[in-house]
Design a binder for this molecule. Sequence first.
Ligand SMILES: Cc1cc2nc3c(=O)[nH]c(=O)nc-3n(C[C@H](O)[C@H](O)[C@H](O)COP(=O)(O)OP(=O)(O)OC[C@H]3O[C@@H](n4cnc5c(N)ncnc54)[C@H](O)[C@@H]3O)c2cc1C
Length: 595
Amino acid sequence: MAYKAPVKEHLFLLNEVLNLQSHANLPGFADATPELMSQLLEEAARFCEGVLEPLNAVGDKEGCRHDPATAAVKTPTGFAEAYRTMVEAGWSALSVDPRWGGQGLPGVLNLAFNEMASSANMAFAMYPGLTHGAFSAILEAGDEAQKALYLPRLATGEWAGAMNLTEPQCGTDLGLIRSKAVKAGDGSWKITGEKIWISGGEQDFTPNLVHLVLARTEGAPAGTRGLSRFITPKFIPGQDGTPGARNGFRCVGLEEKRGIHGNATCFMSYEGATGFLLGEETKGLRLMFVMMNEARLGVAVQGLAQAEAAYQAAAAFARDRLQGRALTGPKNPDGPADPIIVHPDVRRMLMDSRAVIEGGRALLFWTILHQDIERGATDEDERIRADDVVQLLTPVVKSFLTDRGFKVCSDALQVHGGSGYTTHFPAAQYLRDSRIAMIYEGTNGIQALDLVGRKLPAHGGRAMMAFLAELDAYAAEPADEAVRPFVEALKSAKAQLQEASLWLMQNGVADPDAAAAASHDYLNVVALAGLAYMWARMAKAAQARIVAGDADPYYANKLITGRYFLERILPEAGAHLAKLKTGAAPVMALAAEAF
Ligand SMILES: Cc1cc2nc3c(=O)[nH]c(=O)nc-3n(C[C@H](O)[C@H](O)[C@H](O)COP(=O)(O)OP(=O)(O)OC[C@H]3O[C@@H](n4cnc5c(N)ncnc54)[C@H](O)[C@@H]3O)c2cc1C
């Protein structure tokens, strides 16, 4: 069965759980009526299912090709045409401010489109994703001329963008960057150096490609404090945007990799290329964090999206494949065997996947709604509170959804048995494609360190305290009988999160290794409490529909999946809490030479 965009899930979240209509004060939200959202998401589904999904296997098989003579990159058959269709339909600019040529709709609605696109074809969806990152960086730090020149073209996807951070000697530790920028004397800079693994560093869709390059200016201090960011277009545009002279950099090769073959992963060589400083000199890293936080949310979407596509494939296979008989007696007595969906172990994998996907999706949508509030609210306190949520949860959703997304893909392959390991089914591609999301935009280990080292202590722990208070406040609200187990579970998840946070405050400062050793487990405790909160909200919304007489089984199924989460996934928080409290000793005791 081919991927089907989960439009009903998206509409349930947008209308009934997040209640977008109650945020009509935010720009674009009043326009996002339930009717418009439904129409738009159905249309998006047709594009993703009909245009992008059929190219997923094509991209995986063909990959991208590099011509060393011209440095050109050829993307898989159909990608360039699909890209043009996407740009013409305006999908790239759905939530972009109309000032820059967008439609100004809520970012959280755009998230639904991004999820569908990434489920249908992750390698393809990365091209517009990175362009969006370049757009955000220029929006954040560009001067008026840079904004006027680049933003409308990046917003619509007419031009594409790429991010150039990584070099052969540095990935996580960007302080080791060697690429150099020297003043050219005319206000621009000359950039020299090598960048590796640059996603979408070259392609054959767009007449121009804007690289954002992190480099060290002459005389700048060593380490991360000496870095600056440069807009480095492939063709240097005139004021009117006409692409001009070819810039002095090129793609010198493509990386062979395990997945996302349809996305060109480029080795870039800069040979005195012309770059234009973006923001202040030596403030590149700060700007990069702005951009990275956003990109991390984009990677969280990839984890969710691959999980959804893999789960759908596994569920369809499990309904179809006949093996063995149900332990409680045949369920398909006229057939030679029962479908494997009767077996509790197969059910376990499908239910684990479904409960994590639905809860994780809700947490991601809730996070992005706060990004909309941070950008659009007029009240300063409201903006600060919303930004705290986004800052705190960005590493959490990036890491949790990509770790769990990969696990879902692995379980989906397992449900397929040997067929999953062959190329006849898409399960193996989902597993391979999803794996990178745990690594790029900061590995998941680095996300956990960001959470305990930066996000948790920021402003004296303000964001976490507000999060805990929000969970308390929700748990104190009256709840109907069917929702009460969700509220009780939320209370205990909140208590565990509080205990874990307290432990970190008491032990992490004195012993940084203890904080680092605890970070992965702490991140999981935060994520599971977040999912418990989302499941409580989803249960309440579903139960309200049931009480109102809605007989759609969707709502009863929501409660069944939610209870599975409470009973079989949330208890993991207790194990994570116990592990994190063991501190640094168990992980650090063995001497390095003993490994
Ligand atoms: C397919 C692909 C696409 C990519 N696209 C881009 C792109 O578009 N632009 C770009 O600039 N880069 C890109 N990258 C690079 C990517 O962001 C890096 O691979 C990633 O940041 C990790 O860096 P690294 O590979 O050098 O690993 P390393 O930094 O060498 O890390 C190795 C391991 O050590 C751990 N580690 C390292 N330092 C610490 C620490 N201080 N504390 C705890 N653990 C640590 C890491 O978590 C990891 O497990 C891409 C990479 C791939 C494979």
